[in-house]
Design a protein around this ligand. Structure first.
Ligand code: ADP
Length: 277
C-alpha cells in the first residue's frame, strides 16, 4: 500500500487535509485489477499536531527566560569570592521571587487550559464579589509596574456586588489590565469603567496601544493564539490569557468582546449577570 497526505483546496479557498491510502487489488494470477483509494479527513489530526508543536515552543520559550534569570541571580549571589551589599542581595532576591511567581502563573495557566479542555470550566467558589474593589486593587498593583501609563478607574456609584467566582474573576481582570499595559508599549491612558443595570454589570478595559485588525480580533480568544508581530514576540505571554478569560466569563453566563482599531487602541468589555441561577 501507498500512503500520501496533502491539502485539498475548497471552492471557498479553505483547506481540507486528507490522508489517502492506495491499496492494489490483484486477481488470482497476481495481476493488478484495481486500486482501492481510502480517503480520510485528517484536519483534526493536523490541528492537534500543530497545537502540540505550538504548545512545546511556547512553553519552552516562556519557561526558559524566568529559569535563566533565577539561575543567573542565584549563581551570582552564591559566589564565594564576592561580598554583596545587602541592597544588592535584596534586589536580586526580589528578581528571583518575581520570576518564580511568573513561573507559577505560567504553570497555573497551562494547567487551567488543559483542565478546561478536559472537563470544561468549573466555577468552584460562588460567592459575593465586589468587582469595583477588585479593579481598584488591581490598578493600585499595576501602577507600581509602569511609569509611562496613566491608569484610571470609573465605576458607577452604588455599583453592586455580584455572584461569582472571585479567584477566577480576578484572573480575568488582571489579564485584561496586564494586556492593556503590555500592548501599549508607548504608554498612554488605561481606563477601567464599570456600569450596571437591573440584570447585569459591564466592565470595560481600554488602552491606547497597538490595537488589533478585524482578523486578529476574531482570533485572540483562541487557545495559544498570539498576534504574529515584533511587539508580541518580545512580550512575554502564552496566548492563554484571553482564552481562559472567555471561558471564565461564559461559565458565569456572561460574554466578553473586543472593539479595536489597529494603531489606535482596544477596549475589552465583559458583561456578567448579577445573579448566578
Ligand atoms: P498573551 O499571553 O500573549 O498576552 P492573551 O491570550 O492574553 O495572551 O492575548 C492573546 C493575544 O492578543 C496577545 O498575544 C496579543 O497579540 C493580543 N492582545 C491581547 N490584548 C491586547 C490589547 N489590549 N491590545 C492589543 N493586542 C492585544
Amino acid at each position: 500500500t501507498l500512503y500520501v497526505e496533502g491539502d485539498l483546496q475548497r471552492s471557498d479557498n479553505s483547506l481540507l487535509s486528507v490522508g489517502v491510502t492506495y491499496a492494489p487489488l490483484l486477481d488470482e494470477h497476481g495481476a493488478l485489477k484495481n486500486v482501492i483509494a481510502n480517503v480520510r479527513d485528517i484536519t483534526n489530526f493536523r490541528q492537534a499536531q500543530e497545537l502540540k508543536s505550538t504548545f512545546i515552543s511556547i512553553v519552552s520559550h516562556e519557561l526558559k527566560t524566568p529559569v535563566a534569570l533565577i539561575k543567573g541571580y542565584a549563581g551570582t549571589l552564591r559566589r564565594d569570592d564576592a561580598h554583596w551589599d545587602p541592597s544588592v542581595i535584596q534586589e536580586s532576591l526580589a528578581v528571583i521571587e518575581e520570576e518564580a511567581d511568573r513561573l507559577t502563573g505560567l504553570i497555573e495557566n497551562l494547567l487551567a487550559a488543559s483542565k478546561l479542555q478536559a472537563e470544561g470550566m468549573r466555577l468552584t467558589n460562588i460567592g459575593d464579589v465586589d468587582l469595583s474593589m477588585m479593579v481598584r486593587r488591581a490598578i493600585d498593583r499595576f501602577k507600581t509596574q509602569t511609569q509611562t501609563h496613566t491608569l484610571s478607574v470609573t465605576f458607577s456609584p452604588d455599583f453592586p456586588t455580584i455572584q461569582g467566582d472571585e479567584v477566577r474573576l480576578r484572573q480575568v481582570i488582571d489579564n485584561l489590565i496586564g494586556n492593556a499595559l503590555k500592548y501599549s508599549p508607548r504608554g498612554g491612558k488605561v481606563s477601567v469603567r464599570g456600569q450596571f443595570d437591573d440584570q447585569q454589570v459591564t466592565v470595560a478595559v481600554s488602552d491606547q496601544g497597538v490595537g488589533l485588525t478585524t482578523d486578529e480580533q476574531e482570533r485572540i480568544f483562541e487557545r495559544f493564539y498570539r498576534v504574529d508581530d515584533a511587539l508580541t514576540r518580545k512580550t512575554q505571554g502564552t496566548g492563554l490569557g484571553l482564552y481562559l478569560a472567555r471561558a471564565v466569563v461564559e461559565a458565569h453566563g456572561g460574554q466578553i468582546s473586543v472593539q479595536s482599531e489597529s494603531g489606535k487602541g482596544s477596549t475589552f468589555t465583559f458583561v456578567l449577570p448579577r445573579e448566578q441561577t
